[in-house]
Design a binder for this molecule. Structure first.
Ligand code: NAD
Length: 498
């Protein structure tokens, strides 16, 4: 039995008119489990038009009502999140506990957005000039587009749409075509929560759908998350078309381990953050920077733990699931070949690992003695491959982190508070963990990297998210006091505050 995954517009499923469909596979079996619609430019126009129609009334809906709908969505999500997690596991492959974790982290942003009346409070200055008051307000943008990657089909869209909707915008979500079912499940949940039809829409598809969003004059802003080349393209194209845009790109996250660190804690963290979700996380640790003399001891502890990991279907009791597609599995295996050929020491080889069925299996892989010239160091692998680079000092470790093209996340493991504080100051990276391997900020802070990991200047969620999805007005007003007449009079000079 295969499922059909359509677009969603006007509060209902919509097949589109392109006649084009793409296969969706279950990565644990290798079998086709569904087909997803691929939008034409005309389909996109229809969905965006529908969002535009709904956006005016929604923007005029009271803050109280808007936050009640977001609250209702939160309650439904909390009660039924396992359903969503199961859909994610079936199309992405990650283990169920990991899928549930992703939904819960997304839910935190929904909870943050429930406080929208407070978040949209403006400032007021009475009598800023004699008899003149000034206040500020933030208004919604209209229709906003969200383009998301395969690796977090629920959490990444949830970084954006709860705030966008609560702030009074209509949303068009373009999910990854690799695991699109979560988007339709979410659309149905919004309907159940009482969101008016047309405020949340889903446009399925590939580059054609993305380009339609980037080019439509009716889309005011784009939030994109994906690989760096596409993020850069989206940033440039959307900016050229006059939109505000935040485009989050790829990553190569380094975890620095100083000689005074708790090595068991560091080894646990490296394994969890290196191999969790089969390394398909933008905040995965892919480079472990061991400051000597810890490397031998640390690599031994990591290897011991890695050998205990069970690879298998995410719906079972495995620690790590398959990779998302066969093409991606083969690409990651190609990086393992490349590391071996370049002379890195292959401590654990995941290439021979298989589990049940024709799934896209690749076991956890550990390289030691990796050097910065090697391809496995330079490229974002986005798979369960952990590379250990040995350095001789803290300064060398920081120089390595800062010379990398990406700046998404990093971590330091140490018991020296002074070194940790110095690291926080020295590294050119957006999100830093101290004895925390995956420092994804809580919803009321903002998520985003530096350098090739983010194009645009606004990070996701938190108050930066509220700013992104609204624009400011400042109102300067004077109300005539009849008792104090005469006011006004002719004066052509620039107004002064008195
Ligand atoms: P991707 O760039 O291939 O796809 C992302 C989105 O762009 C998808 O919706 C896809 O349909 C669309 N797309 C793909 N090719 C396109 C093209 N040529 N033109 C227009 N649109 C196109 O990324 P992915 O493989 O789905 O996701 C993995 C990547 O996302 C990794 O690089 C990972 O680091 C990154 N990521 C970054 C963050 C972050 O917060 N910085 C978070 C999650 C994932």
């Amino acid at each position: 039995m295969t499922t059909t995954i359509t677009h969603w517009a006007g509060g209902t499923e919509f097949d589109g008119t392109s006649g084009l469909w793409a296969d969706v596979t279950n990565p644990a079996t290798g079998q086709v489990s569904g087909r997803v619609a691929l939008a034409s430019a005309r389909d996109a126009e229809y969905v965006i038009g529908d969002a535009k129609l709904a956006s005016t009334a929604w923007a005029e809906t009271s803050l109280a009502r808007r936050s009640q709908v977001v609250f209702a969505f939160r309650e439904l999500l909390n009660a039924r999140k396992e359903e969503l997690a199961r859909l994610i596991t079936a199309e992405h492959g990650k283990v169920l506990s990991d899928a549930l974790g992703e939904v819960s982290r997304g839910q935190e942003v929904v909870e943050f957005a429930c406080g929208i009346p407070h978040l949209l409070k403006g400032g007021h200055s009475g009598n800023a000039s004699t008899g003149v008051d000034v206040h500020s307000r933030r208004d919604p943008l209209g229709v906003v587009g969200i383009i998301s990657p395969f690796n977090f089909p629920a959490m990444v869209p949830m970084w954006f749409f709860p705030i966008a909707i609560a702030a009074g915008n209509a949303v068009v979500l373009k999910p990854s075509e690799k695991d699109p079912s979560a988007s339709l499940w979410i659309a149905n949940l919004w309907k159940e929560a009482g969101l008016p039809d047309g405020v949340f829409n889903v446009l399925q598809g590939d580059k054609t759908a993305v380009d339609a969003l980037l080019q439509s004059p009716d889309v005011a802003a784009i939030s994109f998350v994906g690989s760096t080349p596409i993020a850069k393209y989206v940033y440039e194209e959307a900016s050229r078309n006059g939109k505000r845009v935040q485009a989050l790109g790829g990553a190569k996250n380094h975890m620095v381990v100083l000689p005074d660190a708790d090595l068991d804690l560091a080894a646990d963290a490296a394994v969890n953050a290196g191999y969790g979700s089969a390394g398909e996380r933008c905040m995965a640790i892919s480079v472990l920077v061991a400051v000597e003399p810890v490397a031998d001891d640390l690599v031994a502890r990591i290897a011991e733990r890695t050998r205990t990991l069970r690879v298998g279907a995410g719906s079972g009791d495995a620690d790590m699931g398959p990779l998302v597609t066969k093409a991606h599995r083969d690409r990651v295996a190609g990086f393992v070949d490349s590391g071996e050929a370049a002379g890195a020491k292959l401590v654990i080889d995941g290439r021979d690992v298989t589990a049940s069925g024709d799934g896209f299996w690749l076991g956890p892989t550990l390289f030691d003695n990796v050097t910065p010239e090697m391809e496995i160091y330079r490229e974002e692998i986005f798979g369960p491959v952990l590379s250990v680079v040995r350095v001789s000092s803290y300064d060398e470790a920081v120089a390595l982190v800062n010379s990398n093209a990406y700046g998404n996340g990093t971590a330091i493991f140490t018991n020296d508070g002074g070194a940790a504080r110095r690291f926080e100051n020295d590294v050119q990276v957006g999100m830093i963990g101290v004895n925390v391997p995956i420092p994804v900020p809580v919803a009321y802070y903002s998520f985003g990297g530096w350098k090739q990991s983010l194009f645009g200047d606004t990070h996701a969620h938190g108050t930066e998210g509220v700013h992104f999805f609204t624009r400011a007005k400042v109102v300067t007003s004077r109300w005539i006091n009849p008792a104090a007449r005469p006011e006004g009079g002719l004066e052509l000079g620039f107004p002064q505050n008195v």
